[in-house]
Design a protein around this ligand. Structure first.
Ligand code: NAI
Ligand code: SOE
Length: 397
């Protein structure tokens, strides 16, 4: 079986999730198209890199990610670092002839995303952006219902992404609150996930009207490199640093197919942990999804008799898209980890030449164009057109 040598850059939250996926792919998808070998992991310094290698099962470690780029043995570069290094690493990796998976958001700005997309177009290697939530079997099932016409013409798409890990102003100043590292706040960090699913399920977003809010303007400085996601103890007496990204965003959307919708995101909604909800209304029915019950999809069909019409629950299992190779019966529970395992497997299928993988850097770029339009709309208070990437020509119009 062909091996694929993986170089992972960044050993934090996503380093863990991706390493788990590399170990698990052969367990779930057998025979796997490619057998992943955890070749080298890069972290900020030698000690962190050695720790990451021991913990995640990598054969080698380095404190310089260029070691991974320059190593001809490495086939796939996995970018799991904060957003400020995505562009530099991805462009170097593509130029060096590596396949690349990059965590979301693709980049901090639309300009960086454009350069990354150009590098991807100039390469014959596979590129992927890690919007993993669309791989949740219930979300893939929603896509199947929509594509099959089960809910008719899509009329409305509503989505939220609400969390509360940063609601306390005493929680530390992670890199996620610093514009020069993160690029933006709730928009790039979590709204991007629902924008990816909006495009996946309802098509291209052509125009936006948004508002943002910025409430917590400073936070205690965080001492370590990896993000504590609000969990650092005793940070409140530490010196404070500036928060220069938005806390919250709400946007109305217009879609190319005539549908309208709304999306909202905040990391400051007490009681909401990873509250991703989707609701899609069509001319013939509706679909609803709540990530807190992520192996369930609610569906309602107009064709049901009026006296029994209403939402019914489908529990996803081996009969559903992306569920075939997970667990043998429905409702055993699908976790966050499974979405990353499916993501890694789909990446391997593309590298093995079986089928192209989406979302790719073109998709990441288009989401960056929507993010940018949302930020501009929030500043001007105007409806704002979203430039569209033509994937054939690589041009924006
Ligand atoms: P984290 O802060 O937990 O980990 C990042 C790690 O990268 C840290 O250990 C840090 O020391 C290391 N690092 C930073 N610069 C480095 C460099 N130049 N060379 C080597 N290592 C370096 O951050 P987390 O949560 O893992 O986020 C990483 C990326 O993944 C971000 O882009 C984030 O938006 C994305 N993300 C995506 C998620 C998803 O659901 N798809 C979930 C969480 C994060
Ligand atoms: C923090 O908001 C975070 O880790 C995001 O960065 C991820 O993209 C999301 O999946 C979980 O929450």
């Amino acid at each position: 079986m062909r091996k694929i040598n993986v170089g992972l850059i960044g050993g934090g939250f996503m380093g863990k999730a991706h390493s788990l996926a590399y170990s698990a792919v052969p367990m779930f998808f057998w025979p796997t198209e490619l057998m992943p070998v955890k070749h080298t992991v890069a972290e900020f310094n030698d000690k962190m890199a050695e720790d990451a290698a021991a913990r995640f099962g990598f054969e080698n470690s380095t404190s310089d990610w260029n070691t991974i780029i320059n190593n001809p043995e490495i086939d796939l570069v996995d970018i799991a670092t904060p957003n400020n290094s995505h562009a530099q690493i991805a462009i170097a990796a593509l130029k060096a002839g590596k396949h690349v998976i990059c965590e979301k958001p693709l980049a901090r700005t639309v300009e960086e995303a454009a350069l990354m997309y150009e590098a991807a177009r100039n390469s014959d290697r596979v590129n992927m952006v890690a919007f993993n939530y669309r791989r949740t079997p219930a979300v893939a099932l929603a896509k199947r219902y929509i594509d099959e016409g089960a809910i008719g013409r899509v009329i409305n798409f509503r989505a939220t992404y609400l969390q509360d890990w940063s609601a306390d102003p005493k929680s530390p100043l992670s890199w996620r609150f610093q514009k020069d590292i993160a690029g933006s706040g709730a928009i790039g960090d979590i709204l991007t996930h629902v924008l990816d699913m909006a495009r996946y399920l309802a098509g291209e977003v052509t125009e936006v009207s948004a508002i943002t809010n910025h409430i917590i303007t400073e936070r205690p400085l965080q001492q370590s490199g990896a993000d504590s996601l609000g969990n650092s103890k005793g940070g409140s007496d530490a010196p404070k640093g500036k928060v220069d990204v938005e806390d919250e965003v709400l946007s109305l959307l217009k879609f190319a197919n005539g549908a309208i919708g709304s999306v909202e995101a905040t990391r400051n909604a007490w009681g909401r942990n990873n509250f991703i909800t989707l609701e899609i209304h069509g001319s013939e029915g509706s679909i609803a999804f709540n990530y807190e019950n992520r192996d369930q999809l609610e569906v309602c069909f107009k064709s049901d008799e009026g006296d029994r019409r209403g939402f019914r629950t489908v529990y996803t299992g081996p009969n559903h898209p992306n569920g075939e190779s997970l667990w043998p019966i429905p409702a055993l529970g699908i976790g966050y980890g499974e979405t990353k395992i499916i993501e890694a497997h789909d990446l391997f299928k593309a590298i093995a030449g079986q089928e192209p993988v989406r979302p790719d850097f073109g998709d990441g770029y288009q989401v960056a164009l929507i993010d940018d339009a949302i930020a501009r709309s929030a500043q001007t208070g105007q409806w704002t057109k979203v430039p569209q990437l033509n994937r054939e020509t690589g041009q924006i119009s």
